[in-house]
Write a protein that binds this ligand. Structure first.
Ligand SMILES: O=C1O[C@H](COP(=O)(O)O)[C@@H](O)[C@H](O)[C@H]1O
Length: 251
């Protein structure tokens, strides 16, 4: 993999604009190549940073009907619950753009975390089998076009946390956690082999709370310590960090 591109901006507003332009170009590129654009969303602050895509001039420059939307991790709560990443994404982004409902893949409700993870993994495998999603020839996992990944202040990504075994999963595509250190405790999450099979990953990190973990991940001593989950993000084609001034303040 090529070294990551690290893009630093003066403000979160500038990150939002740069992210919209980056996504717009990838959307056009992948739709021209495959006819669709498969996008995986994190929850958290990332959703607000996508706001420029819903505004002129970007909103009318995208073929939204070709987008396919998946969720990098999800809290095992009803889809209309305030903790649901689907609800966050729907209220903040998805209901503002014309992506067909049938192209959006939330988790199934009323299942245990283990059942919800297995069901989502089976659905992804079915979408690979019927040609909706591509497969990585190197890993055999689904190969999403773009993952939009946020990071918690202690370096977690998706629902893969420090000191929790889910970050070491090698075979499953989607796994579950019932004791997440960040509430709510019951969640499902993509695993690192699935995350790292993506073509492109944008690590979108803003705010001073993230500065210490950004320093650990990208600073000159990054290789000296036991890696944070975020340091295991390593997609097949391209990794781009979008940082605002506060998040990059310790670099
Ligand atoms: O719990 C979660 O946290 C991370 C980071 O969220 P942020 O608010 O610090 O940006 C998020 O990426 C993940 O999807 C979410 O479930």
């Amino acid at each position: 993999m090529a070294p990551p591109s690290i893009q630093k901006f003066e403000s979160e507003e500038q990150v939002a604009v740069a992210l919209a332009i980056y996504i717009l170009h990838l959307s056009a590129k992948f739709i021209a190549a495959n006819g669709t654009f498969s996008v995986v969303l994190s929850g958290g602050t990332l959703i607000d940073t996508l706001r420029k895509l819903t505004e002129p001039p970007y909103v009318s420059s995208i073929e939204w009907s070709k987008w396919l939307i998946f969720f990098l991790d999800e809290r095992v709560v009803p889809l209309d619950h305030p903790d649901s990443n689907y609800k966050l994404a729907y209220d903040g982004f998805l209901n503002k753009v014309p992506i067909p409902e049938s192209n959006i893949y939330p988790i199934k409700e009323n299942l245990s975390p283990e059942e919800a993870a297995d069901e989502y993994e089976q659905r992804l495998k079915h979408l690979v089998a019927n040609g909706t999603l591509k497969t990585s020839p190197t890993t055999g996992f689904a190969k999403f076009d773009l993952m939009l990944v946020g990071m918690g202040p202690e370096g977690h990504v998706a629902s893969l946390f420090c000191w929790h075994f889910q970050q070491f999963e090698k075979k499953k595509w989607v796994t579950f956690i019932t004791d997440s250190p960040k509430p709510p405790p019951r969640r499902i999450t993509f695993t690192f082999p699935l995350i790292n099979s993506a073509s492109e990953i944008a690590m979108v990190v803003t705010g001073e709370d993230a500065a210490d973990a950004v320093k650990v991940a990208l600073g000159k001593h990054a290789a000296d310590y036991y890696p944070l989950p975020v340091q295991k993000v390593s997609p097949e084609d391209g990794l781009t960090w979008f940082l605002d001034k506060e998040a990059a303040s310790e670099l």
